[in-house]
Design a protein around this ligand. Structure first.
Ligand code: 0PR
Length: 384
């Protein structure tokens, strides 16, 4: 650190220079991220609550009310009654907290999950001294329930199911998983991505995946992904609030006697941003956003299909993955054209996340580039 401070204009110029090197969702070229441009009202809300700290809620009664109200809105959306929960920084913290609670409540050490679960579950297992028992998935990349039946034992603390897997956007058969877990193990649903998509999907007969499934113990969903809020804003909801007691730590000099969150000082700007996004969009607003994302996803898939490029699975949410011979070469070629896409490992595929910042024109332009580059790279149409 310098001995003397620099004048604000100089500092701001440095910040601007760094900011200019960042990509921006608004440019419409990012198809490799699960985040998007936050809603303007969410940005405003975020900047209003920069001082608040929900780690000490007694000083921030208004923010605390907003958090409770946000959780009430979400519980209603996800068909839960009298749920416990709080805002977390992301699904990583949500997954760690849920598994921490499961370990301390059951006094068991095994987490059963499919390979398709997010890597944050591995972080949780490592931190908590737990062991992951990996179960296979079916041909459609959904957790295999028959395999799960064998894997759940008296040592199982929790099963992790995913509603919107990171790589393919697939939804595990949570109804059947819930039946299996009921009275036997915790069932934690990772709806980091799907949480703000599945409730708003038009039509379809999506099997139940939320608190309507009796076996679901906890659920995490990220408002900083499809929730249109700012980063960081995520929510952990727990069917039985008393489970939080198992991870409670005394916090004697604060305004609350116990703290049940992993984090001490807690971000509150994200709480306000999530509240603002949900209040101003309402179900209808999210429905429109999800419908547009799904339409653009279908447009990309259909165009690719015409050129003989089949997606790994029929997209369930606004994620599509194309199994190419040389995924990295295709990614590089698309990057040269200005597109940012990501890849999946299981199976190796080019992965696109069609977020709200992608317009219909953008989706069409991307699909054209994808098809022509694949032709140029000699990507053979995949045989069914
Ligand atoms: N669970 C699932 C199903 C996820 O997809 C993710 C994140 C997490 C948990 C962890 O959530 P947090 O990162 O909020 O703690 N999925 C993305 C990923 O790892 C996160 C992401 C988002 C990465 C935007 C890059 C990016 O540009 O790919």
């Amino acid at each position: 650190m310098d001995a003397r401070g620099a004048p604000p204009h100089k500092v701001l110029a440095e910040l601007q220079k760094a900011h200019n090197d960042d990509l921006r969702f608004r440019d419409g070229t990012i198809l490799g991220s699960m985040c998007t441009e936050p809603l303007p009202v969410a940005r405003r809300a975020h900047s209003m609550f920069l001082e608040a700290n929900l780690g000490n809620p007694g000083y921030y009664k208004g923010t605390w009310r907003l958090e409770r109200e946000t959780l009430r809105i979400l519980a209603d959306l996800l068909h839960g009654k009298n749920l416990g929960g709080f805002t977390v920084s992301g699904a990583t913290e949500g997954n760690i907290t849920a598994l921490w609670m499961a370990r301390n409540t059951t006094r068991r050490k095994e987490i059963v999950a499919a390979k398709t679960a997010h890597f944050s579950v591995r972080k949780a297992a490592d931190l908590l001294g737990m062991r992951i028992v990996e179960v296979p998935h079916d041909d459609e990349y959904r957790l295999d329930v028959d395999a799960l039946r064998k894997a759940v034992t008296k040592d199982t603390a929790a099963v992790v199911a995913v509603a919107g897997t990171t790589e393919l956007g697939q939804v595990d058969p949570i109804g059947a998983i819930g039946e299996l877990c009921l009275d036997r193990a915790f069932l934690h649903v990772d709806a980091a991505f799907g949480g703000f998509v599945l409730p708003f999907l038009h039509g379809g007969d999506l099997p139940r995946w939320d608190f309507r499934v009796a076996g679901v113990s906890s659920l995490v969903l990220d408002a900083h992904k499809m929730g249109m809020a700012t980063i960081p804003a995520s929510h952990l909801l727990v069917r039985e609030a008393r489970h939080f007691e198992r991870i409670a730590v005394e916090s004697p000099y604060l305004t609350t006697v116990y703290q049940t969150s992993l984090l001490g000082t807690r971000n509150s700007a994200g709480v306000a941003a999530a509240y603002a996004a949900m209040r101003s969009l309402g179900r209808e607003g999210y429905r429109k956003i999800v419908a547009r994302c799904m339409k653009n996803t279908s447009a990309i898939v259909e165009r690719a299909r015409e050129a003989g490029i089949e997606p790994v699975i029929e997209p369930v949410v606004n994620i599509a993955a194309f199994p190419l011979r040389d995924v990295e070469a295709a990614q590089r070629a698309l990057e040269k054209k200005g597109w940012r896409v990501s890849t999946s490992r299981n199976p190796p595929a080019l992965r696109v996340v069609v977020m709200p910042h992608i317009t219909a024109e953008g989706a069409a332009a991307f699909a054209d580039d994808l098809v022509s580059l694949c032709r140029k790279l000699g990507e053979p149409p995949r045989k069914a």
